[in-house]
Design a binder for this molecule. Sequence first.
Ligand code: NAD
Length: 272
Amino acid sequence: NLSSTIQLANGVAMPRLGLGVWKAEEGKEAAQAVQWAIETGYQLIDTAAVYKNEKSVGEGIRAAGVPREELFITTKVWNDEQGYDSTLAAMDASLARLGLDYVDLYLIHWPVAGKYKETWRAMEKIYKDGKAKAIGVSNFHAHHLEDIMADAEIMPMVNQVELHPHLTQEPLREFCAKHNIVVEAWSPLGQGQLLTNDVLTTIGNKYGKTAAQVILRWDVQHNIVTIPKSVNQGRIKENASIFDFELTEEEMQLIDGLNQNARFGSDPDNFD
Ligand code: NAD
């Protein structure tokens, strides 16, 4: 069910499904979506400083009225705030906007060259100070992870990357599994553009499920944490209804076979 979790390297339980809020507008739209999601039973909310909606995420959390310890809130340090002191300050600013005294997961949003190792030292400090219950990275290739792990005291617990049936990321998933790093999928629905795929809709028809639900179920069965975005109450509910069916091994492989190594977003070796 929706409170089904996966254990991070430090023992923290991370929900397997969450709500992404990139492009959910600050104000009523974001606050309402977060409230609906939590009322539906979502525990994980994924935001970022650069989404400019942390304040509304906080409002949605409070409006839902669920005890803080039942929620799992993620935010991220943006590229222009990387570095040691600036990351510490960015965490405090995010907490203030969210109206929280800790987040469950704090991530380095992108591997800014020449900066991300210093940023990681700040992440370790934030973790030790209890301002984040877990720390990790986003958009890191294996070589970025190796670079951090060479000097880290605390290893990254999560790597949030673009991942969907057109970009299945098998080598990176294998690397992360070996290093006890949980993989989290961003743009799991290909930003909505994979939902007319025949393979996905055909599999969905068998179970009375949509293509979106088939993809999210495929994530869960691969032990990938997934954070589809929607601000529509019906879709928020639809995306959560994935714990009452199971894809066969053959169907899992059919979906794996849709891989094209094709990105909707930037390559972490080449972004601004
Ligand atoms: P997504 O793959 O979740 O797709 C979202 C789109 O699909 C929206 O336009 C929505 O209207 C549509 N949609 C959602 N559910 C649907 C349904 N059931 N039926 C039909 N359409 C549906 O795309 P995303 O927002 O890019 O990614 C999800 C989250 O991942 C983001 O909100 C954000 O939290 C995170 N993210 C992180 C990074 C990063 O760099 N770390 C980058 C992009 C996104």
